[in-house]
Design a protein around this ligand. Sequence first.
Ligand code: GCO
Ligand code: MG
Length: 405
Amino acid sequence: MKIRDAQVIVTSPGRNFATLKVTTDDGVTGLGDATVNGRELAVASYLRDHVVPLLIGRDPHRIEDTWQFLYKGAYWRRGPVTMAAIAAVDVALWDIKGKVAGLPLYQLLGGASRDGVLAYCHASGKDMPELFDSVQRHLALGYRAVRIQSAVPGLGKIYGVGDGVASGRYEPAFRGPLPAEETWDSRAYLRHIPGVFEKVRERFGAELPLLHDAHHRLTPVEAARLGKDLEPYDLFWLEDVTPAEDQDALRLVRQHTTTPLAIGEVFNSIWDCERLIRARLIDYIRTSAVHAGGITHLRRIFGLAELYGVKSGSHGPTDVSPVTMAAAVHLDLAIPNFGIQEHMRHEPIVDEVFPHAYRFADGYLHPGEASGLGVSIDEELAARYPYERAYLPVNRLTDGTAFDW
Ligand code: GCO
Ligand code: MG
């Protein structure tokens, strides 16, 4: 069997996605997600201009060899663009292997280790009534774990807070000529957030797993204080408390709080996670198939994490396409150290462009029994939504200093 063709499909059904479709000489197709939010065309070009010519004529079954060929052969290793491109190829080849075998991918990864994959949703509000409504709506949908984000008095629009109860949508990438700019004040945030969790616990009780994302914006000492202040509210995890590239920062946080820590959505490789995992500075590793080199590499990261009692918590916002969500859910079902899966629901039009077998019910995701990934792409529909430039917001402190978003 040989790869006959590979195409990059960029579509924007409400938000941008870059997808690789690999076709074999037998007519079997595989899909891989290559979306890097706000920089989609860079990965599309990396694939079209540099990777696709290398794929034609290769044996699609040689997944590990293709991964090593693209990683070592590039010489310029790691980085989000390279690793998303390699991920797209890798996931597409796993999809093909599953289809040829006639098995859902999780079966190729060792079979199910659980009946379903616990998912957490995103609740947010500009004030407490709106936040309560948002939590309530998600509980009504069946979610059993909820991420809580709240506006902060005195600050305008900030990361993670949706546009009202009516739609409840939160999509940070802004379509327009320039990025949106937000304003940030860590002291105001630190004063406000513990009270939010106190009220959520009062209203929804002690049992519901609650999560929170600080989105890389605190210093180690501020993060340590937040972790301590949130201890009474028993968080499932506190995410990205400090900028992810400063890994030693978490050492100080860890020394001061027993609130579980999660990090890693911006990591691209096992090398980015290795120190944090081996020093047991985190409880959950957040890498995703698309941004960390596909199933082949993500499996390796989770394997390392298992040795140190660190669990998985794959990134699953709306900017990872249904192709990555499917890859995540197959892997989540199979690995021994699964923790939780983020599930930010796509708009219905995205599910129409990418029909998929994975499903959500009663708080759990399941990849379904279709062979391979169980995701397809409606190319005619995708073509009706051409790429539109969109940027993630830029953050500034109240005095105008550029800051972590
Ligand atoms: C999360 C993330 C996302 C990111 C987004 C950026 O925990 O889901 O922080 O919301 O902001 O992926 O593109
Ligand atoms: Mg996050």
